[in-house]
Design a protein around this ligand. Structure first.
Ligand SMILES: [Cu+2]
Length: 641
């Protein structure tokens, strides 16, 4: 070999670029890191992975990388420098990466998984399996325990960096510890999550000939029942295997805005094909749930139209309750589509309409440019716990048994009802909160996202259909069979007498609510077809805008606020306040106290009042839980002063 060839190689164009990438971008910083951060990247790391003589090898390898990286960058002795670096890489692969590929646990270094991902993506491209794996290993990166939220690829900047980095992976094979500097990955050992949720497309077998594809949690509908203990800190890893960012909202819990799961409050999205680790202290106890909180707009494959919903039960510190069995029922429709021409008015709620609100509604209809009402959503298939009536396992009971039903309406848009012929429901909790008066009712009415916990004494043997009052919906699956031991035959349905749902019957007997510090009045108006054929909703004349984050109301910590809603439309609105519970204080003209909820149905052309104490600082979202309403204006924010 001639001396000239050792001194330098002729370089032009791409060669110089490759030198810069290999020398300046990869090995020069790699060497510097080992020398500057010996505990985590040099000696300490070598010791962790079992390298012999780490105290010598650390600085030695660092120096070689630094010197050879510099030489390659300058184009001096490039072949000699390359040989040294190739030796280092081969040793690194044999000593650390092969065991990882073979499946042994990752050794105390957050960067290894990242590198593994890089190599996978550069060798095999972005196969679905690769995506899954990438999500999984990012989870290990998210090891730290500090703070409430670890969003591995969460902030936009971080996500872009990571994407860009992966794109460059093909140019720079076997890249070194660059991600560590770029992403500041934490070195803490990964703590095991209490629960892992995977968002992805899956199938729901509603019946053998009705298998639908939708987005699910952990491939099932409903999502897994998550049991938390009140006040005991939990960690949940959320992996998003879909192509679009997602949000998981912890409905009914008083937790910080950055983990609550609402973009309007500032919760970061779970990036597409990324993961997010969150931790919070669950409260209050009772029946809650989790669901997606993304805007669906005109897309019936997004938001709560999908199968992204699952029950949460937060065990109270001191347990209660005399019952033999606890059964969770999640009511949900599938195969949504838009249709013209308004919704059927549902005669669900007690109380008369208010004349002035009817007039206001009429005036809005006359003002509307579109004379027909906007799109509504209809569904093909219905089910309880993801099974159409008659296709799941029946609920098998024994005479004399006392069953506690926890019923959740996980619909995107519908008000649901439920009756069990020959039986009554004794309401013990609404939205997971014990009620002052445990009234007995023949029918349950649940607005979107509402929960009812009710005891049923099994004392009417037979085979029954527990189902929705709407014949059509029940025939398309909205029900479940209740079968007494030893009873046979076709499940029987008996239509109950008309029954109006009145929240006040569960309130304190002679309850007068505490006086509020301030009252905020909000009037709801529907503007027919105002947004490309969709109805627009305004609160005191203003539709919510994500750009301006308005309307917004300012509250002061510790003060009690009364929200007075006036509904100038014929629709029922399941009103929901995030991160706080509220007390019902007046429903359709009737005063009440003691019923604590997080969703309440506002009847067509009716008024209601709810009180909440501003006791959980942070941006707080309020909205109608009807997906079509919330997406088209029916939202507001509360900010703490
Ligand atoms: Cu609504």
């Amino acid at each position: 070999m001639r001396w000239a060839a050792l001194m330098g190689t002729r370089a032009e164009g791409w060669t110089i670029l490759v030198r810069l990438m290999v020398g300046l971008v990869v090995f020069f910083p790699e060497g510097i890191q080992k020398l500057v951060f010996p505990e985590i990247l040099g000696v300490g790391r070598f010791a962790n992975i079992g390298m012999p003589f780490p105290e010598v090898m650390g600085p030695f390898v660092g120096t070689v990388e630094l010197v050879c990286g510099t030489l390659i960058t300058l184009g001096l002795f490039t072949r000699l420098a390359a040989i040294s670096l190739i030796v280092i890489m081969v040793v690194a692969i044999v000593s650390t990466k092969l065991p990882i590929w073979a499946g042994s646990p990752v050794t105390a270094s957050g960067a290894w998984p990242m590198k593994r991902v890089t190599i996978f993506s550069c060798c095999w491209g972005r196969s679905p399996a690769d995506r899954r794996r990438r999500g999984m290993v990012s989870g290990r990166d998210a090891g730290a325990r500090t703070g409430a939220l670890h969003n591995v690829a969460g902030s936009k900047a971080m996500m872009i960096d990571r994407r860009r980095f992966l794109n460059y992976a093909g140019l720079v094979p076997l890249i070194g510890s660059v991600p560590r500097l770029v992403f500041g990955a934490d070195e803490a050992t990964a703590e095991k999550p209490d629960y892992t949720l995977r968002i992805g497309t899956g199938l729901v077998e509603l019946a053998p000939d009705h298998i639908v594809s939708t987005t699910l949690y952990n491939g099932q509908f409903p999502g897994p029942l998550l049991r938390f203990k009140e006040g005991r800190h939990v960690i949940v890893d959320i992996h998003n295997d879909t192509d679009t960012p997602e949000l998981v909202h912890w409905h009914g819990q008083m937790i910080p805005s950055d983990v609550d799961g609402a973009a309007e409050e500032g919760t970061p999205f779970v990036p597409a094909h990324g993961m997010q680790r969150i931790s919070f202290v669950p409260r209050p106890s009772g029946f809650r749930f989790y669901h997606t909180h993304v805007v669906a707009g005109a897309d019936v494959n997004r938001g709560t139209y999908t199968g992204q919903a699952g029950p949460v039960y937060i065990e109270p510190k001191n347990n209660t309750g005399a019952y033999d069995r606890e059964i969770f029922l999640v009511m949900k429709e599938f195969e949504p589509s838009f249709s013209h021409g308004g919704d059927m008015a549902i005669d669900a709620l007690a109380g008369p309409p208010v004349k002035s609100l009817q007039q206001m509604g009429k005036a809005a209809d006359e003002e509307a440019q579109e004379k027909t009402k906007g799109f509504e959503v209809g569904y093909e298939l219905f089910g309880i716990n993801g099974r159409m009536l008659g296709h799941g396992e029946p609920i098998r009971v024994k005479p004399g048994e006392r069953v506690l039903f926890h019923v959740l309406n996980a619909s995107a848009t519908e008000i649901r009802s439920l009756a069990l012929p020959g039986h009554v429901f004794r309401i013990v909790a609404l939205d997971g909160n014990p009620v002052p008066t445990q009234a007995e009712v023949p029918v349950l009415w649940l607005g979107t996202a509402e929960r009812v916990s009710a005891l049923v004494d099994m004392k009417h043997p037979g085979v029954w259909v527990m189902g929705d009052l709407a014949d059509d919906d029940r025939k398309h699956g909205m029900g479940v069979v209740v079968e007494y031991a030893g009873q046979k035959g076709k499940p029987q349905w008996i239509k109950p007498k008309p029954f109006h749902w009145d929240y006040t019957q569960f309130g304190k007997a002679n309850g007068a609510p505490t006086a509020p510090d301030e009252t905020i009045e909000i009037t709801v108006v529907k503007h027919n077809g105002a947004l490309n054929g969709f109805n627009q909703w305004t609160l005191n004349g203003e539709a919510f805008s994500m750009e301006t984050r308005k309307p917004v109301y300012t509250v002061h910590e510790g003060r009690r606020y009364r929200l007075k809603f006036r509904n100038a439309s014929d629709d029922i609105h399941p009103l929901h306040l995030h991160r706080h519970s509220f007390e019902l204080t007046r429903i359709a003209g009737k005063a009440t106290a003691g019923v604590i909820k997080d969703v309440v149905m506002l009847g067509g052309f009716q008024e209601l009042e709810i009180d909440f104490v501003a006791d959980n600082p942070g941006l707080t979202l309020f909205h109608c839980h009807q997906q079509l309403h919330m997406d088209f204006g029916f939202m507001a924010l509360f900010q703490y002063a």
